[in-house]
Design a protein around this ligand. Structure first.
Ligand code: SAM
Length: 254
């Protein structure tokens, strides 16, 4: 039962099915150094607090924080906007993140994870179904995009299960799904992540264009853009292709 007035602008849709809460928590592998984003009234928190070492929650909403303080005596609560939270010195070691994410900030959270990928070992998120499908999509699919490439570069992703709107209070207008990302062993891609991100973003800016056109702003020499890879569209390149292309661009940039 939800004990507070929910706020739409904070993406507050509280899970009201205990079995689904348990299923999300049990699909999260890590039990050490966990950060929960947006605990709300504690639907996941109650299953995490007793079985995790070094467990923190970050919640932006005062009403939720007060409720959590009452219901969970020894909970480490950070009252903050997760997008402003410094991930660097939260834990001594790598950590994992779990959340029924506020859908309005899910893309920003994923970009934050990418910027902090060296500290993050795993994430398990309940998110909008379309976003989950896009992120887990592979090359050649219409839904394959910037976040699919960037996240799959550093995380092994799994689309776990779907959750219908009736399982939330209030029900969202969209369907939801749970995904898990486990940090893979890739560290060095040969170029700075910022440059890689920029090339992937620019490549996808107009999905219908060939890379020769979409990457025009990079002013690459014609001797290089005559390579057949430039006749493809961004959605046709897998992660390895993007890494190769980005390294070649780095060498050939004027
Ligand atoms: N975990 C609870 C559950 O499963 O029932 C609540 C999930 S609800 C979808 C999202 C939660 O994130 C809300 O408690 C909301 O207040 C919180 N939230 C929204 N924006 C936030 C932000 N920028 N930083 C931290 N928490 C945020």
């Amino acid at each position: 039962m939800v004990k507070i007035r929910t706020k739409k602008k904070l993406g507050q849709h509280f899970l009201n099915n205990e079995e689904i809460s348990k299923k999300i928590v049990s699909s999260h592998i890590n039990r050490n150094n966990i950060l929960e984003i947006g605990p709300g009234s504690g639907a996941l928190t109650k299953y995490l607090i007793n079985e995790s070492n070094n467990f923190y929650v970050v919640e932006i909403d005062d009403d939720c924080v007060n409720l959590l303080k009452k219901d969970f005596k020894n909970l480490n609560i950070i009252k903050e906007d997760v997008l402003k939270l410094n991930f660097n010195n939260l834990f001594d070691d790598k950590f994992s993140i779990i959340s029924n994410l506020p859908y309005n900030i899910s893309s920003q959270v994923f970009f934050k994870i990418l910027d902090n990928k060296d500290f993050i070992s795993e994430f398990s998120f309940l998110i909008q179904k379309e976003v989950a499908q896009r992120i887990c999509s592979t090359s050649g699919n219409k839904t394959y995009g910037i976040l699919s490439v960037l996240l799959q570069t550093y995380f092994d992703l799994e689309y776990l299960f779907e959750v219908s709107p009736d399982e939330f209070n209030p029900p969202p207008k969209v369907n939801s799904a749970v995904i898990r990302g486990v940090r893979n062993t890739r560290n060095d891609i040969g170029i700075p992540f910022k440059l890689f991100k920029n090339i992937v973003k620019t490549g996808f800016q107009n999905r219908r264009k060939t890379l020769r056109n979409s990457l025009k702003s990079l002013n690459l020499p014609e001797t290089f853009t005559s390579n057949s890879i430039f006749s493809k569209r961004a959605e046709q390149l897998d992660v390895e292709d993007f890494i190769w292309l980005s390294n070649e661009i780095n060498k050939n940039e004027p």
